[in-house]
Design a protein around this ligand. Structure first.
Ligand code: PHE
Length: 343
């Protein structure tokens, strides 16, 4: 009987040497300590033995069992440590780069523009994207049926008619629309503020037109407005040349102010620039002196205050600055494009 116990122990010691993973360890445990193990068979014979024999054998069997348990536990701990070791961080491996977000190129350009104007004491204000016909057109000297309305292909908003009496004029704006330009903020700001002041208005605008490499149904504008006594086109010329030279970091760039027409300015101009290395003139903004009708409509006296206003396409400036060939790339959500603007 005691020989039997010795042979169990010997065969266990041989088997345990061969265990290399936790699955094999579990098989070994069941084989030697399970209900159907040789040890358990041997124990079941205890009851047939006489007093002394039973005590001797029992003691011996218990020693063997304790031995198996201790060795098995040590083996398990060693195997687990080995497994953990395999998962441990290998400091010699090259790291994986964490993906972090960054500003969209349009946001960056908008910020750059703001910084330059803030340094010239302009304030930044914003207005609603859903506008009334009154602010988008009428108050800007573009009454209904005026042919100039065709300059802006408009998304009209169905249904509900905003019955809003223009505080400053006889027009009742009956319809809502998606603003076609940031100019309505000229009116909203002038209604609530007294000159002198100078503001810029960044914002999204909408045009109901076919898209191509230089047209999108929505894009961004930066409006500018400076009103006060004795403001003239000369002030505009200085401010805007200062802005573009800084924006394109090109102090020697050339400017051209061409007469143009917008109903809310008189005279109206379009500004062209030619940078170092440009072969042709690039049109960059519409502008002009705020029309007397507009000043009067917001309750200002055109004999006392004058102002200039301008509007430029933020997308267009981004495209010129960063040589982006297609405006649609800015709205594509294509990370291969966007990530080129990571600082
Ligand atoms: N709002 C005009 C446009 O979107 C641009 C502009 C603004 C022209 C201010 C003159 C003065 O076309």
């Amino acid at each position: 009987m005691v020989d039997k116990l010795s042979s169990i122990k010997a065969s266990f010691e041989a088997d345990v040497q061969l265990v290399t993973n936790l699955e094999q360890w579990e098989v070994l445990r069941v084989k030697y300590l399970g209900r159907k193990s040789q040890l358990s068979d041997a124990m079941s014979l205890l009851k047939d033995l006489s007093g002394d024999q039973r005590r001797d054998f029992g003691k011996h069997a218990n020693e063997v069992r304790t031995f198996l348990e201790v060795v098995l536990e040590d083996t398990r701990i060693a195997l687990e440590a080995k497994g953990t070791h395999a998962n441990r961080i290998d400091v010699t491996r090259p790291g994986t780069k964490k993906q972090t977000g960054h500003l969209h190129p349009l946001t960056r350009v908008e910020d750059e523009i703001k910084q330059i104007f803030l340094a010239m004491n302009f304030s930044v204000v914003e207005g609603p994207e859903i506008e009334t016909e009154h602010y988008n057109f009428d108050a800007l000297n573009v009454p209904a049926n005026h042919p100039a309305r065709e300059m802006w292909d408009t998304f009209w908003i169905k249904g509900e008619q905003g019955k809003q009496k223009g505080k400053t004029g006889p027009t009742e704006a009956l319809r809502y629309l998606l603003r076609t330009h940031t100019s309505p903020m000229q009116i909203r700001y002038m209604e609530k503020n007294t000159p002198p002041f100078q503001i810029i208005v960044p914002g999204r605008v909408f045009r109901y037109e076919a898209t191509d490499a230089s047209h999108e149904i929505n894009f961004y504008q930066m409006e500018g407005l400076m009103v006060g006594p004795h403001i003239s086109l000369a002030n505009f010329k200085y401010v805007i040349e200062e802005f573009f030279k800084k924006f394109f970091n090109d102090p020697a760039m050339q400017f051209r102010f061409r007469p143009s027409y917008f109903p809310f300015v008189e005279p109206g101009v379009e500004v062209d620039i030619k940078r170092k290395g440009d072969s042709k003139w690039l049109e960059v903004m519409g502008a002009g002196m705020v029309h007397r009708n507009v000043l009067k409509a917001v309750g200002y006296n055109p004999e006392e205050v004058q102002g200039f206003a301008f509007g430029m396409g933020t997308d267009r400036l981004a495209m010129l600055k960063y040589k982006i060939p297609d405006i649609r790339l800015l709205y594509s959500g294509d990370l291969r494009f966007i990530q080129q603007f990571k600082k």
